[in-house]
Design a protein around this ligand. Structure first.
Ligand code: HEM
Length: 485
């Protein structure tokens, strides 16, 4: 006991001492004692706002843990998310089974090989294979929205969108035969959307204290751990898919199974089950959440919604036709999406400094330090977006921006991050977002329920890797004439 107490005291004393390699970096003093403080702050969902305040007070670099630095600088992005940096224990795969799945892979060589498979499954030609099922599901979304309207003509649009996102990934990953889960049809009786969100939040919070995550995982065989439940569901969907040899459409799994990819890394069955977890969760939660934010911003800004509706009406005179992917590359629609990304991706994605250290903004950071960009601070900085960086103004993304003197620094928006660990689903996500926003805006006139104020909704928007919505997005929906699908 005495030994343990002295060990803890010496460790904490060292973290506060001038001999610690990060001693010169400013930051809230108590946070230096333990990563537990960052874990608690992360669990609030308001870490991005708290970090923003800390950067205003302390400057570009803020020490927010014994070995953790938050960096608020556009020049730092290419280093922090560059090829040298590593994924640390925050990305440890559940249970450390040794199975390989892209998101959880920390070894750069194995990660790079697996990334080849993922990239091959998300090329432009692969996206063409996934377009038809996505279009079918989006038509079903329009019917789902109408089918769930209450007597006041209102619906929880957020829930409809998350259920759409889950159903789309079921079709795209497993060719529609991995499961009989139909969330738009049946709702979500097992709470899968919530389980997915809580799993991501768990990874984010315990990623700050990975040893505790390990202990919890091994202590609890039960389904109490959301991540374990999600892993079981996704693993079972993948097993069903692998048993079914007669997949009617080319799906994501068939790309992972391709024998002739030059990666020398054909996934084992247990790898595939873990990849199913990554693909289902990565492929539904982020697109669904970003779509909810996009629709919220549009509906809360009726002039923007009307302008978009007019542009879409002009591009698609017959609103019941299938929306061609190329015709959806409409600058105003993309401006709406980009402005959503800017305001809705307040990530804090940790990377570990490799042996030899790195130099960020002229300062050398020692090996083993955990570094992350304060993305929200970059996304709302006046140096990058001017005027009104905190306001939703899609026009800033169009030629001419917000008028003389306006600033648009696109390169700092890290919604999909970049470098070797950047999101492979970017192209697919943008294709989906263009399609769903266009379909909903062509089909409906939408206003916020009088019971929901924009301020209340935004206050209840938190981020713990996954977007958490404390309030449902309740919307009043009126079908536009001539738009029956
Ligand atoms: C708007 C939608 C999306 C957003 C905002 C988004 C964002 C991101 C971000 C920020 C990361 C880096 C996470 C980290 O380093 O911790 C990431 C990684 C990843 N995303 Fe996405 N994503 C989206 C859609 C998708 C889709 C549709 C898929 C699958 C089809 C996908 C699969 C992945 C995977 C597998 C990784 C891990 C990449 C790696 O480790 O190399 N994402 N995504």
């Amino acid at each position: 006991m005495i030994y343990l107490t002295s060990l803890v005291l010496c460790t904490v004393a060292y973290r506060f001492s001038p001999f610690h390699p990060l001693a010169a970096y400013p930051g809230p003093i108590l946070w230096r004692s333990s990563s537990m403080i960052l874990a608690i702050v992360s669990s609030s969902g308001y870490r991005h706002l708290i970090l923003n305040d800390l950067h205003k007070k302390h400057g570009t670099f803020v020490r927010i843990g014994p070995d953790v630095l938050s960096v608020n600088s556009s020049q730092a992005i290419s280093v922090i998310y560059g090829p040298k940096m590593l994924k640390g224990d925050a990305y440890t795969s559940p249970g450390r089974t040794g199975d390989v799945a892209l998101f959880f892979q920390q070894d750069p060589t194995i990660h790079a090989k697996r990334k080849v498979l993922w990239t091959n499954a998300l090329t432009r030609s692969a996206l063409r294979e996934y377009y038809a099922p996505m279009v079918k599901r989006t038509d079903q979304l329009v019917k789902c929205v109408e089918g769930r309207l209450n007597q006041a003509g209102e619906v929880d649009l957020g829930a409809c969108i998350m259920h759409w996102a889950f159903d789309v990934m079921g079709d795209v990953i497993f060719g529609g035969c991995g499961n009989d889960l139909e969330l738009m049809r049946d709702g979500d009786p097992h709470g899968l959307v919530n389980i997915g969100k809580k799993s991501e939040a768990g990874l984010d919070i315990f990623g700050n204290i990975p040893w505790l995550m390990d202990i919890l995982w091994h202590l609890s065989e039960s389904e109490a751990l959301n991540l374990r439940r999600l892993q079981r569901v996704c693993g079972s969907m993948m097993r069903t898919r692998l048993r079914n040899k007669n997949v009617q459409q080319r799906d994501f799994t068939s790309y992972l199974l391709e024998p002739d990819i030059d990666a020398g890394d054909r996934p084992s069955s247990s790898d595939l089950e873990l990849e199913a977890l990554v693909a289902v969760q990565g492929g539904n939660d982020n697109p669904g959440s970003q779509l909810i934010m996009a629709m919220f911003f549009l509906i809360a800004h009726q002039p923007v919604l009307r302008t978009l509706q007019a542009k879409l009406d002009a591009a698609f005179p017959d609103p019941t036709e299938t929306l061609d992917a190329r015709a959806l590359a409409i600058p105003y629609l993309d401006a709406v999406i980009n402005e959503t990304f800017r305001l809705s991706s307040p990530w804090f994605l940790p990377r570990v400094v490799p042996p030899g250290g790195v130099c960020v903004n002229g300062r050398s950071i020692p090996k083993g330090t955990i570094v992350a960009l304060a993305s929200y601070s970059q996304h709302v900085s006046e140096e990058n977006f001017f005027p009104d960086p905190l306001s939703y103004r899609p026009e800033r993304w169009l030629p001419g921006g917000l008028g003389p003197g306006s600033i648009l620094n696109k390169s700092v928006v890290t919604t999909f991050t970049s470098g070797p660990h950047g999101c492979p689903g970017r192209g697919f996500a943008i294709q989906q977002m263009r399609h769903v926003i266009a379909r909903l805006v062509l089909a409906f006139d939408l206003t916020l329920s009088p019971s929901l104020s924009p301020g209340m909704f935004l206050k209840g928007f938190r981020n713990i890797r996954s977007h958490m919505f404390d309030l449902p997005l309740i919307v009043k929906v009126v079908r536009r004439r001539g738009t029956s699908l």
